[in-house]
Ligand binder design. Structure first.
Ligand SMILES: [Zn+2]
Length: 217
């Protein structure tokens, strides 16, 4: 039975690398996958960019207003038509109809609540497994809307771990502007959109609270 998986972590926990590896594992077995990401992340535009240097262009981008189930169905139909056309009639007759084996989503924290609801419908009603990868909380330790809904709906939650500068497991994402920690601002601030350079550091709760003077957003 298909399941909705949410694989979450702090920044730099290797989510994009894990996603690309999962896609590769399917394709190595001759199966088809679809890759997508929300458009709000301007860093890579339509690319999934792993820190190891592996890149891959997504099959489609998701706008905040998109009906995700309908959008997915359109791309799924394209995959099926293309795969069917590529098969010789004899093998098409013997094998099962080609279909999407898995739907993978990067930066899933930026999905809307409704779009995450659609992911569960794609899994349960359409029978396609969904692997969603994302960051759990923003720089003020608040859950992103997409991540909150995924925590509520996913059949399976898996934490991808990364290490704080002190060696403990990182939980939070502290924001730096021009190299200084900031604890106020918009939830989303991506480098190119701001005059000062915005960076993030994955931190454990102890180090975060020390830098924030005890604040939790
Ligand atoms: Zn620490």
């Amino acid at each position: 039975m298909a399941k909705l998986y949410f694989r979450y972590g702090a920044m730099n926990s290797g989510k994009s690398t894990a996603l690309l590896q999962a896609a590769y594992n399917y394709e190595e077995r001759g199966q088809h996958v679809l890759l997508a990401k929300p458009v709000i992340d301007t860093k890579g535009a339509d690319q999934i960019d792993s820190r190891l240097g592996v890149k891959r262009t997504v099959d489609f981008l998701i706008e905040p207003g998109d009906d995700l189930r309908a959008l997915f169905a359109g791309h799924r139909a394209r995959v099926r038509d293309r795969a069917e056309a590529a098969l010789i009639p004899e093998s098409a007759a013997t094998g099962a109809a080609p279909d999407v084996a898995c739907f993978l989503i990067d930066e899933a924290q930026f999905l809307t609540r409704d779009q995450v609801d659609d992911l569960l419908r794609i899994v349960v009603l359409d029978g396609i497994p969904v692997l969603a990868y994302g960051i759990r909380t923003d720089f003020q330790t608040q859950a992103f809307p997409g991540s909150r809904r995924l925590m509520e709906l996913a059949h399976s939650l898996e934490e991808l771990k990364t290490i704080c500068r002190c060696g403990r497991k990182a939980l939070f994402n502290a924001r730096l502007v021009g190299g200084r920690f900031v604890f106020e601002g918009d939830q989303v601030a991506i480098d190119e959109l701001t005059a000062d350079r915005v960076t993030y550091e994955s931190m454990c709760a102890e180090c975060y609270l020390r830098e924030s003077g005890g604040r939790l957003g």
